[in-house]
Design a protein around this ligand. Structure first.
Ligand SMILES: C[S@@+](CC[C@H](N)C(=O)[O-])C[C@H]1O[C@@H](n2cnc3c(N)ncnc32)[C@H](O)[C@@H]1O
Length: 278
């Protein structure tokens, strides 16, 4: 168990897919458009949302290597991917999916990314992607990843990195303090050393630019409405829990704060996407 449960990932998946920056996604599609096949590595794959979002804009024949440290999520990924596909069958190494005119071989690897070789040469990576992961990682780890991929000229596509912006409408006087505490919590150690948190996308873009890679960034904010009440309740509770850990003096006020935001008209949570290729 990683603390990222299947139910939370399922709740955010449709919003994540709708929020991705379309211009950056189009850059990715065009970059690989002339290819017949592509080998993709998805870091911190969870239940496979990133594959479901990307597969139809990548070449007809795809090999996906899904990596996560949570064995339960990898089992859920296999199940959800088979449900999503038009057809599926087991293979020696994982599953083969048919979706529209795409044929997708999927392998699953349970591994701790802090301990793994980050060149991904062993699995022949031609694109490394990650959704909602790099705000958890440290600068050192990200630099190691970018260096490992640069040496092999492998592009990187990272989406839905939290950027530190959160607004509830109508607003509450406590919002700024809760968001400030939450953002400090985001910089704590999530297993990779001090996390980049809101600095993730900017740091990735700079590391890639410094190495001379063509780099594109764009915003991918969640824009939530009353129809997303369940996701709003879950994320507002998550902000309160994290803020209370960092700023114990806030704890008494946080129950009231969560209640005030149970029926908001709109919530915006900022994210950034980055695509870079050597
Ligand atoms: C916020 S979830 C995102 C999941 C998925 N990419 C998505 O968009 O739905 C972060 C994922 O990273 C995985 N993860 C976190 N730390 C990890 C580590 N050190 N090694 C491998 N996976 C890790 C978690 O298990 C979780 O599935």
């Amino acid at each position: 168990m990683s603390g990222f449960d299947d139910a939370w990932l399922a709740l955010r998946e449709p919003v994540d897919h709708a929020s991705r920056d379309a211009a950056v996604a189009e850059r990715v599609r065009r970059h690989f458009a002339s290819r017949a096949s592509l080998t993709v590595v998805d870091l911190g794959c969870g239940t496979g949302s990133n594959l479901r979002a990307l597969a139809l804009s990548l070449p007809p024949r795809q090999h996906w290597h899904l990596i996560d440290g949570d064995a339960d999520l990898l089992l859920a990924a296999r199940r959800r991917l088979c449900d999503w596909a038009d057809g599926s069958r087991p293979s020696v190494t994982g599953v083969v999916l048919e979706k529209g005119d795409r044929r997708i071989d999927v392998r699953f690897e349970c591994a701790d990314l802090t301990a793994r070789d980050l060149t991904f040469a062993d699995v022949g990576a031609e694109l490394v992607t990650a959704a909602a992961l790099f705000d958890l990682v440290s600068r050192d780890w990200l630099e190691r990843l970018v260096d490992g991929l640069s040496d092999r000229k492998v592009p990187i596509y990272s989406v839905l990195n939290y950027d530190g912006v959160a607004h509830w409408h109508p607003a509450d006087p406590l919002d700024a303090r809760v968001v400030e505490a939450f953002n400090r919590h985001q910089r704590g150690d999530k297993g990779f050393g001090p996390a980049l948190g809101p600095a993730a996308a900017g740091t990735l873009a700079r590391l890639c630019q410094d190495r001379g890679h063509a780099t594109w960034s764009g915003d991918s904010p969640w824009r939530l409405l009353p129809a997303h009440a369940e996701l709003v309740a879950a994320l507002t509770g998550g902000f309160a829990r994290a803020a209370g850990e960092i700023d114990p003096a806030l704890r008494d006020a946080l129950a009231g704060w969560v209640e005030v935001h149970a029926a908001v008209d709109a919530v915006t949570i900022g994210h950034r996407d980055v695509f870079a290729h050597p």
